[in-house]
Every structure is written in structure tokens, then in C-alpha cells.
Design a protein around this ligand. Structure first.
Ligand code: NAD
Length: 252
């Protein structure tokens, strides 16, 4: 039977690579996202892909989405908690509380809600898997990115707790912690850093590369390949772990 996979915020970015890679590996995939145009585009690109709009900051929408996903997939084997927003680039004293709340809502509370609703279905699976997106910001402090760093550290605590609670049912939970990934989002993050520091984009990019042993950005396809491996039987003994994929980043 094909793996039944739910990916949150999977219409673009790394989530879209997850959808492509799991589909190519023969899985049945359901993707939700806040961006309905991006959902239409990915549904056209990947025949058979199941989609539904969902704002990961809204509990009622998440509740309806998980029910729909499980019904249309016919059960659930793999949950990929990919949704995560970057927030603003500002020091704590200047950080707008409303934006703090939004980052916590999407990155942490949304992950909690999807996961708690998915667990009863994962328990029915022969080999349930949870993959949570953390970040390099979950391994180091990140100046001017306080809610992002706090949530990405939180994701690791959540993941390790899930692994302990669910091992009894043969469910594995791991976190992936990417470094700077190629794409629009990292360009926006670099722009925020340039603005607050008065440095040029080139200087900010050079600083990021100087912090890595391998001087390159991360290919999102490699993150998707790691997720396919983590969801496979070959990873049956890997749980409660944080897997960095960051060109050996040594600092924030
Ligand atoms: N891009 C990076 O450099 C990087 C590095 C480390 C970790 N991550 C993590 O990987 C995950 C995916 O990141 P990405 O760069 O692909 O993201 P992205 O900014 O490209 O966005 C991916 C998708 O999230 C959707 N989205 C945004 N807000 C949403 C909401 N409230 N509800 C539902 N969907 C929403 C967007 O519409 C988009 O389709 C995140 O958890 C992120 O923190 C990214």
C-alpha cells in the first residue's frame, strides 16, 4: 500500500519539494496551504495530489483540514509539519507583540494542533512517522529573530517528547534543521539582516557563507530526499533526533 502523507504549507518552497519527492517515491500526498493560487498551481503540476486551503494559525481550520486529509488519504502514515513563518528582523525590545503571537501560532501551536489530531490515525498505521521542520535557528541563538529561534528550539523539545510518547506505537518523530536554503525566503531574511545592520546584501551573504564549512546554499531537493529516507523503513531505528542539513554551519 502506498504511504499516505500529509504535508502542511506544502504548496511552495521546501514543502513543495516534499510533495514532489514523496509523490515520485509512490506515496499518496495531501498538501494544505494558506495560498490558494499556489495550491492550484501545484495541483496542476502533480496529478493525483490532494489539496486544501488552511491557515495554520487558525485552530478551527486545522481541525477541519486534518479530518479531510485523513478521509481523502484513507488513513495516515506520514505527517510532515512543514509550516513555519520567518517573522520580522528586530531586537526583542522593539518586537511587535502581535507579530510574536503570529509566529508562535503558526510555528508551534499549529504544529501542536495538527499533531494531536493526527496521532490517533498514525497509531492505526503500520509504521507512523512524524517529521517536524526546525532550523539552524533551533540550534543557535539568532539575534533579531527571537520568535523564530524560540519556536524552532521549541520544535525540537516537542519532537523529542513525541518520540518518547509514541515509540510504544511504533511511531517515530524526528526534526530536520536546515541551514540557508536556496529560494526567495532566504533572500528576504538576508534583506532584513542587511537593513538592520546597515550592511550590503553581499556582506550579509558572505557572513553566512563564512559560518559554514561548505560554502553553498542548501538545495531543497536534498531536504526532501532526507525526509523520504526518514519516512522509510531504512530509518526504522531513528527517532527523537535532530538532523541538521546545513553545510556544517558553526554559528548563527
Ligand atoms: N528557507 C529556509 O532557508 C529555511 C531554513 C531552515 C528552516 N526552514 C523551515 O522550513 C519550513 C518551510 O520553509 P520555506 O522556506 O519553504 O517556507 P516559505 O516561506 O517558502 O513558505 C512555504 C509555504 O508556507 C505557506 N504559508 C505561509 N503562512 C502560512 C499559514 N499561516 N498557513 C498555511 N500555510 C502558510 C506559504 O503560502 C508557502 O506556500 C519552515 O518551517 C521554515 O521555518 C526554512
Amino acid at each position: 500500500m502506498p504511504q499516505r502523507v500529509l504535508i502542511t504549507a506544502g504548496a511552495a518552497g521546501i514543502g513543495r519539494e516534499f510533495a514532489r519527492a514523496f509523490t515520485a517515491a509512490g506515496a499518496k500526498v495531501f498538501v494544505c496551504d494558506i495560498d490558494t493560487h499556489a495550491l492550484e498551481a501545484i495541483a496542476k503540476e502533480i496529478p493525483g495530489l490532494l489539496t486544501r486551503p488552511c491557515d495554520m494559525a487558525r485552530r478551527a481550520e486545522i481541525e477541519a483540514m486534518v479530518g479531510d486529509a485523513v478521509a481523502r488519504l484513507g488513513g495516515l502514515d506520514v505527517l510532515i509539519n512543514n509550516a513555519g513563518i520567518a517573522g520580522m528582523t528586530l531586537p526583542v525590545a522593539d518586537y511587535p507583540p502581535d507579530d510574536w503571537d503570529k509566529v508562535i501560532a503558526v510555528n508551534l501551536t499549529g504544529m501542536f494542533d495538527v499533531t494531536r489530531l493526527a496521532i490517533p490515525h498514525l497509531k492505526q498505521s503500520a509504521a507512523g512517522v512524524i517529521i517536524n521542520m526546525s532550523s539552524i535557528a533551533g540550534r543557535y541563538g539568532f539575534a533579531n529573530r527571537s520568535p523564530y529561534a524560540a519556536t524552532k528550539w521549541g520544535v525540537i523539545g516537542f519532537t523529542k517528547t513525541l518520540a518518547m510518547e509514541l515509540g510504544e506505537w511504533g511511531i517515530r518523530a524526528n526534526a530536520i534543521a536546515p541551514g540557508a536554503v536556496e529560494g526567495d525566503r532566504i533572500e528576504r531574511v538576508f534583506a532584513g539582516r542587511a537593513q538592520i545592520s546597515g550592511k550590503t546584501m553581499e556582506e550579509v551573504r558572505a557572513e553566512a557563507m563564512a559560518a559554514q564549512s561548505i560554502k553553498a546554499m542548501i538545495d531543497p531537493k536534498d531536504i526532501a530526499a532526507l525526509a523520504v529516507f526518514l519516512a522509510s523503513d531504512a530509518a526504522k531505528s531513528i527517532s527523537g533526533q535532530v538532523l541538521p542539513i546545513d553545510n556544517d554551519r558553526q554559528r548563527a
